[in-house]
Each structure stands twice: as structure tokens, then as C-alpha cells.
Design a protein. Structure first.
Length: 559
């Protein structure tokens, strides 16, 4: 099944800043990544010179005695009885030799290529001794010394482990996730004359780390700023320093006139402080013009600047899961304009028409996979900061029952993917936030297609508290090479809640439908039917859009 990468984390809190997706729900191989397992070629036969790997004898047993086995094997007693059931012979020496041959052949077939079986005649009547073959030494070479060190660090736990080819090949495939790793060639040799001690020789080619990204045109813009939008995302790893990450996000909205309704730009850069600590700085800017409004509303516009600094650390990482913790501080300024001049259009901004605020955010990211399941998400807490706002702004906010220094909330997001069959996958997402007090607008919870509700504008409703859930089933009806056609039924719903002392505001929206997705290499096209519901109290010009009448469309190019 062809998979789609998500490069940008869904923006739960309003604001122009975009961050790289920490736990992608789906992924696609890099250009230098091969889906085929690494095949190792023995440099020289692992057995001793003159030694051959015997084949299991296929004869009818004529002796019921089977030799006891000492040492460790990967088999259960029942499996051993099955392996040795046909190795009985008329004499004990012949039985010992034949059973050793049968067990050795099975071990080799299962990938334990340097595990040896020895026959012991004492104590009488005899037994079989199994000596596990192990990886005694790693010898890794690469033209890039940093890559060589990274590969050595990742594979060092293999030293002293039992040599099992499928397990080894899986470990080598995981090496491809290291940035800059290209072709991997290798062979297995023997340490001295001991056939149970293997040397793993690897040669790692380095390749340039490519720029990645996508460009898309879609018809789920934002109410007031236009029905159409174009989004460009560019990501580069190891740009200035190995394992750093640069992200550029750009978005424009417009209507059919055409008029520019919104422009959003965000740049983010992550600097690795060490193997487990990272520092991210991000700056975002947005400008919105209400081009769809009539009369004086058409002259309204808004501008927002946002800066964010985030520190995160890896708590635990293994082959199939990871946990990390993060803490960030965000600061933003919102301005309202009428006819190009500052106007009191921002809640809390007073007559000057601008508001400065900020908050702290801390939490835990997690992700993993097992078998046909993969998951990821985060839990977080928010704490408002009053020191970013002026005294006059704090008084204005108090009129709306907002006290930034007392504003607190908790929330989280979870993604789940389940590959039911090779051509059928279920994707689900759930998110929620609970505000303990009245929150500033930049700490709110937004709902729309930006967080996954296909068929709605990017952001339709928001509140202090909220929830959302969505699900889709991806049926790959046809696939040939890098082309595929998928049918995707989807359904999603969300709600918000904002409490005042004498008023509680609640709202719920949802959407469902069916889309067809055609993938051809780097190109992707989606076209389908989408129906919104619970939107009677969200009447707006967006309901006259093409998507408001049920037709959803998206064209994307990935690189």
C-alpha cells in the first residue's frame, strides 16, 4: 500500500507557527531508502574447512531412542521432538550423527547459520551439545566518519548476541533510517578457527540528504478569507549540522475574484544539543483580509506574529516505540485593522487594536508500532503568562473574564493506524482539551480540516475546551508500480465549549463522505463528496463554496 507522509503537526492551538510532525502516522521511504532487506553474503563458508552442512535424513526411523540435548536452542521440547523424529538408527553412534545432522540442518534453515551441534559419547549412551553461534565482532567502514560512528552506535548491541540472519537483516534495514545512509553491503566471516564466532563486515555508502516537501492546491480554505488555498511545505534534515531539521511552511488563501485573503508563513529550526536533547526555534507570521465580507467588513484585516522556543528530550527509544518530553514558551501579537489603520477589532486589544500575549506548554510525545498497528500522539498542559500583556490589555481581558496568569488547560492528541489487510488500512485520530478557566484566544482549541475534519473549512469553530474524533478507511482498489487508486470513506466530528460566569457557549460540527485518491509517483489527486452536519448555527459564506455544496478536491505534488 502506498503511504502518505505528514510533515507538519496539526495546529491544535491557533497561530501561524507550524512545527515538524514528531510522530508521523504514516511514512514513506526516503529516496535513498530501499524497501528490500539487506542480504549478507558469506565472505567465506562459516563452517570449518572440509565441513559441510548435512541435510536431514529422510528415512523411516527404526529406533525409538533419541539423544538428550544440552545447551540452548531456539526450539521448544515439542519442536525438538518433531525435528528428531526421523533420525533414529540401529546403532547409537549412527543415531547420534543423524540426529546432529537433522538439528543442524533445521538451525541453518531458520537462520542460525553458525550455531553448531556436537555429538558427545560420554556419559553413555551419549548426547548432543548445542553451542550457539554469536556475533563476535563488528567491522564497519564508510566514507563518512559521522555515519560510521552512528551505525556503530546503533549496531553495537549486536556484539555478543546470537547470530540469526532474519534478526540481523532487520537490524540492518533499520540502519537505513539514519540520515545520509545509502547502499549497505556486507559479509559474514569467521573469527579465527572458531566457527561459532562470526565477524560482521559492513560497508556503508553515504548519500546527500534530499530536500523533502509538498505543494498542494485545495478547496477547503478559511471562512472569510477565501474558499481556495495553496500550501507549500519544505523540510531539510542535516542542513547546517547533522540531525538538525529545517521546516518552511507557506499558505495563501483566496476567493474566485481573485483576491488574496490570507498569507501565512512559518519557519522552524531544530538544533540537536546532544543525542537526546534538542532545541527548536520557530517564527510565524500571518495576515488575513476578509475578502468575502461585504460593506465595511471587506475593509477589515488582521495580522499576527508568533515566536516559539521549545526544548525536548528523548526519554526512551527502542526499535518499536519512543517517548519524549517537551517544554515550550510562545509569544504572539495580534493586530486588527480597518481600512489599513489600527482598529479595536481584537478582544482585549482595547482602542489601540493590538494584543500581546503568551503561554507555556509542556508535555510528552509518544509513538510506536507493533505488527499491523502503529500509533502516536501527545499529552500536554498549558499555562498562560500575564507578563507579556500591558496593564491596559490585562484590564480589557478582565472584562471578558480572562486572566492570563490564571489561564490553564490540559489536552492531548492520539493517532492510530491499523493495517487490516495489505490493501486496507484504518486511520483514526482523537484530540481534546479542557480549559480550567477562561483562556486567551491563542490558547484555545480549534476544529476544522486543519486538524483532520475533511469537508469543513480549515478552522471553523474554536473554544476554551473542545474535542474531536475522525476516522477513515483506505481501500487500495488498484496498484501497479508507483500508481494506485484508493477509495477513502471518512467521518469526523468535534465540539467546543466556552464558559462565562452567566453563559456557556457550546457548538458541534461534523462531516462525512467518500473520496477517490489517485497516486502517480509524486503526484496525488483527491476528489470526492463531503457532507457537513451540525452546522446550521455556523451559517456563513463558506456554505456557498464548492466544498459547502459537497465537492472536495485536492491536488498535491510531493518531492
Amino acid at each position: 500500500m502506498l503511504l502518505l507522509a505528514q510533515l507538519v503537526a496539526p495546529p491544535i492551538q491557533p497561530g501561524p507557527v507550524r512545527l515538524p510532525e514528531q510522530v508521523p502516522m504514516e511514512s514513506r521511504p526516503r529516496r535513498n531508502e530501499s524497501p528490500e532487506p539487506v542480504i549478507l553474503t558469506p565472505k567465506s563458508p562459516l563452517p570449518q574447512e572440509g565441513e559441510t552442512i548435512p541435510k536431514a535424513a529422510e528415512v523411516i526411523p527404526n529406533s525409538s531412542w533419541r539423544p538428550p540435548i544440552t545447551g540452548t536452542t531456539p526450539y521448544s521440547p515439542e519442536q525438538l521432538r518433531t525435528i528428531l523424529q526421523s533420525c533414529g538408527r540401529q546403532t547409537i553412534p549412527k543415531t547420534l550423527n543423524t540426529c546432529a545432522a537433522s538439528l543442524t540442518a533445521q538451525l541453518v534453515r531458520d537462520g542460525f547459520v553458525n550455531t553448531r551441534v556436537f555429538t558427545l559419547t560420554k556419559p553413555s549412551p551419549g548426547s548432543l551439545e548445542v553451542v550457539e553461534g554469536r556475533i563476535a565482532e563488528l567491522r564497519i567502514t564508510s566514507t563518512d566518519q559521522v555515519i560510521q560512528a552512528d551505525v556503530e552506535k546503533q549496531l553495537n548491541p549486536l556484539i555478543g548476541s546470537v547470530l540469526h540472519l532474519p534478526t540481523l537483516e532487520k537490524a540492518l534495514v533499520s540502519v537505513r533510517s539514519i540520515p545520509g545512509v545509502g547502499q549497505i553491503t556486507g559479509d559474514l566471516g569467521r573469527l579465527g578457527s572458531d566457527a561459532t564466532q562470526a565477524i560482521l563486515n559492513l560497508s556503508i555508502d553515504s548519500v546527500p540528504i534530499p530536500w523533502m516537501g509538498d505543494f498542494s492546491l485545495r478547496n477547503d480554505g478559511n471562512a472569510g478569507t477565501g474558499a481556495y488555498r495553496g500550501v507549500t511545505t519544505v523540510v531539510k534534515n542535516s542542513l547546517f549540522k547533522r540531525n538538525d531539521t529545517f521546516l518552511l511552511y507557506m499558505e495563501v488563501n483566496g476567493d474566485a475574484d481573485p483576491e488574496l485573503g490570507a498569507a501565512i508563513t512559518s519557519t522552524s529550526y531544530t538544533w540537536p544539543l546532544s543525542d537526546t536533547w534538542r532545541l527548536t526555534g520557530s517564527m510565524g507570521w500571518s495576515r488575513r483580509w476578509l475578502v468575502e465580507a461585504l460593506g465595511v467588513g471587506h475593509e477589515m484585516s488582521f495580522r499576527q506574529f508568533q515566536g516559539m522556543a521549545q526544548l525536548d528530550t528523548t526519554l526512551y527509544e527502542s526499535d518499536n516505540q519512543f517517548w519524549s518530553a517537551f517544554a515550550s514558551i510562545s509569544s504572539s501579537r495580534n493586530d486588527g485593522y480597518l481600512g489599513g489603520y489600527n482598529a479595536p477589532l481584537v478582544a482585549g486589544g482595547g482602542l489601540n487594536g493590538w494584543l500581546h500575549g503568551g503561554y507555556l506548554k509542556a508535555g510528552v510525545n509518544f509513538g510506536g508500532g507493533s505488527g499491523k498497528l502503529n500509533w502516536g500522539g501527545n499529552v500536554y498542559g498549558l499555562q498562560g503568562i500575564s507578563g507579556f500583556s500591558t496593564e491596559d490589555q490585562l484590564k480589557e481581558l478582565a472584562a471578558f473574564e480572562i486572566k492570563p496568569g490564571e489561564a490553564r488547560a490540559v489536552g492531548g492528541l492520539v493517532n492510530l493506524g491499523w493495517a487490516i489487510q495489505p490493501n486496507v488500512k484504518v486511520n483514526m485520530r482523537a484530540a481534546g482539551q479542557w480549559g480550567f478557566t477562561k483562556l486567551p484566544s491563542d490558547m484555545g482549541f480549534g476544529i476544522g480540516s486543519d486538524v483532520g475534519l475533511i469537508g469543513l473549512p480549515g478552522s471553523l469553530i474554536s473554544g476554551d475546551s473542545g474535542w474531536m474524533g475522525r476516522g477513515e478507511v483506505v481501500f487500495t482498489a488498484w496498484q501497479k508500480g508507483n500508481q494506485a487508486f484508493q477509495l477513502v470513506p471518512f467521518f469526523g466530528m468535534g465540539g467546543i465549549r466556552t464558559e462565562f460566569s452567566d453563559l456557556v457557549i457550546t457548538d458541534t460540527v461534523g462531516s462525512g463522505g467518500l473520496l477517490g485518491r489517485y497516486i502517480n509517483g509524486a503526484w496525488l489527486m483527491e476528489l470526492g463528496w463531503a457532507d457537513s452536519f451540525e452546522t446550521n448555527d455556523n451559517i456563513g459564506i463558506w456554505q456557498d463554496w464548492i466544498i459547502g455544496n459537497g465537492l472536495y478536491a485536492r491536488l498535491q505534488y510531493r518531492f
